[in-house]
Design a protein around this ligand. Structure first.
Ligand SMILES: [Zn+2]
Length: 358
């Protein structure tokens, strides 16, 4: 997802499908857990025996089965640890490519049921423009993917672009890519993109979530969040505490970290694909202007409100994103310079980019 879901009123379906960054997640598993937890709470309240709950937790923690499950889990986690691209942070990732694509298919059906009748026809010239930009990014991304199985997986995906026609006064700018290669762009973001480099800023960011497998990373942690939530509830009996802790302390900072990572990988990809990386900063400045206008229209605020909003948001604030890109600029210029962009610019470079949108 390109923008913060807190700032945006865009809702991707009532049952929140998985997006390129995998955050809009309220899975059936989560729902069933929440229902179960409610049932447990009801029973416990009626019986008025928090001691029995404490006893159950204590028993559970000391049982031999728990020890074996714990050791198995530690082994499983150690086996599935790996380094994230660019930032090299250590992370848990155990979702295979095929499951990632299936999850994308599931989300795709949900999104199409909501926005299917607002999709711009493929005869619209906008498709050619978007697919030209996306083709360059994909070519560069795939050829620079070090892992061969991921490279083959990316090549095999049925890449498709959908432009969702919306009223820009009602639907905030947004875009996302599903893990099955389906790309969605809300028409309200096109005016802010302004040019092909602005469009590349949006698309490269979304593609980077896919390259870094952020959806799978989020899903890989989901069972642990559920287990932690259950343990916290059993220990405290307070329903909202686990939700605040898991969202505020674990999920949101991790999400912001992934957004920064996607910005960094995206800018690198833009530079490698010979887009003008300075336009990326201009794009974010235009986005910042749009956010300021939207803020005025909605309820006002200020620097303190913006900081608070960023803390409770899944995305970093726009000024922070601009500062990050400016910090990476020397590195990005070096990448662009060493990518043969001069030859490309003067037509000396034979464009052999594969068309992923036939
Ligand atoms: Zn994002």
């Amino acid at each position: 997802m390109f923008r913060s879901s807190l700032r945006s009123s865009v809702s991707l379906g009532r049952s929140k499908p998985f997006t390129s960054s995998g955050r809009q997640l309220t899975s059936p598993v989560t729902k069933s857990f929440q229902q179960h937890r409610f049932a447990a709470s009801y029973k416990r309240f009626n019986q008025g025996s928090s001691a029995s709950t404490q006893f159950t937790l204590s028993q559970l923690l000391r049982s031999r089965a728990t020890l074996y499950i714990g050791l198995g889990t530690v082994g499983f986690c150690l086996y599935n640890l790996e380094n994230a691209p660019v930032t090299n942070r250590l992370r848990l990732l155990w979702i295979p490519f095929w499951l990632e694509a299936k999850i994308g298919d599931y989300s795709y059906r949900q999104i199409m049921s909501e926005y299917g009748n607002q999709i711009l026809p493929t005869s619209d010239p906008l498709y050619r423009r978007v697919s030209n930009v996306m083709n360059k990014l994909l070519e560069s991304a795939i050829s620079n993917t070090p892992d061969q199985s991921q490279r083959e997986h990316l090549k095999s995906l049925p890449w498709t672009i959908h432009i969702i026609q919306v009223d820009p006064n009602k639907v905030p700018p947004n875009a996302f890519i599903l893990p099955n290669g389906k790309i969605f762009i809300f028409s309200s973001i096109l005016g802010i993109c302004g040019n092909d480099d602005g469009l590349a800023t949006v698309l490269s960011h979304e593609l980077s979530h896919q390259l870094a497998r952020h959806t799978s990373e989020q899903l890989s942690k989901q069972p642990f969040y559920l287990a932690l939530s259950a343990i916290m509830y059993m220990a405290t009996g307070v329903d909202w505490l686990s939700s605040v802790f898991i969202n505020g302390v674990l999920k949101m900072p991790a999400s912001r970290e992934m957004e920064v990572e996607a910005d960094h990988i995206g800018c690198t990809l833009m530079a490698r694909s010979c887009f003008n990386i300075h336009e990326s900063v201009k794009f974010w400045q235009r986005m910042s202007d749009w956010e300021a206008q939207a803020e005025v229209r909605s309820r006002g605020g200020g620097v303190a409100a913006a900081s608070l909003q960023e803390f409770f948001s899944t995305h970093p604030g726009t000024p922070r994103r601009i500062a990050n890109i400016e910090k990476w600029m020397p590195e990005l210029e070096n990448i662009r310079e060493s990518s043969g962009c001069y030859e490309h610019q003067f037509g000396l470079f034979m464009d052999k980019t594969r068309n992923y949108f036939k």
